[in-house]
Design a protein around this ligand. Structure first.
Ligand code: SF4
Length: 208
């Protein structure tokens, strides 16, 4: 079975397995706040970020407030997320950029101009906040793309490019979320549950 055939099966089965798949970062509908949450989610779980952002926005109120807040105060708020110094600096740099540039661009090329924003974060915003097609290559999608041999690429940008060629555009965002859910719930990094996985029959890495 080649990767296009595997993709066809996944496109059929994933929506049935994960009809609830979505971005798990909680925000109030303001895309700029989603951007800050996404930056904070590096190397930690979305759930952990969701426990921190309500206090953050309660204290600083909005992007302008975040931009001018005391750095040590922000470090204290995001401390539990790990890498707290770099994360506090990143979100304040991004907030300053948003204030100086009058808000959030709605293109990948525009979004990656923001300090601390790479393609993964930009794609979260494009897919979630702007409701445009986006391939979001987080750690789960990267891992599953390799295990299911959808692409041999190792670098997230290249994985994104290759998945775009394989998937219909109107499924880019939903496929990303659904594959990510499978990575969280079944095909975890250290202990993939191949015995209960729905893709065992065609997964080249079953039993890893
Ligand atoms: S069969 Fe195993 S390695 Fe393959 S996708 Fe399922 S859990 Fe992951």
């Amino acid at each position: 079975m080649n990767n296009r055939e595997r993709i066809e099966i996944l496109l059929e089965r994933l929506p049935l397995l994960y009809p609830d798949a979505r971005c798990l970062l909680e925000y109030d509908g303001n895309p700029e706040k989603l951007l800050i949450a996404t930056i904070l989610s590096a190397r930690t779980t979305d759930n952990t970020v969701n426990q921190v952002t309500p206090r953050l926005w309660h204290e600083v109120h909005d992007i302008k407030g975040l931009a001018i807040a005391d750095r040590g105060f922000i470090e204290d708020i995001v401390h539990s997320l790990g890498f707290f110094r770099s994360k506090a600096k990143s979100i304040q740099n991004a907030a300053e950029w948003l204030v100086e540039n009058n808000g959030l661009p709605d293109t990948i090329d525009g979004l990656v101009q923001i300090p601390g924003v790479g393609r993964k974060t930009a794609n979260v915003i494009i897919g979630e906040a702007f409701n445009k097609p986006a391939i979001i290559v987080d750690t789960h999608v990267g891992r599953l793309s390799g295990r299911l041999d959808l692409t041999r690429a190792k670098i997230p940008d290249k994985i994104e490019t290759n998945l775009k060629k394989l998937l219909p555009e109107d499924r880019w965002t939903s496929f990303s979320h659904q594959l990510g859910f499978h990575g969280r719930r079944v095909c975890t990094s250290r202990n993939p549950s191949c015995s209960t996985c729905d893709f065992t029959s065609f997964c080249p890495k079953r039993g890893v």
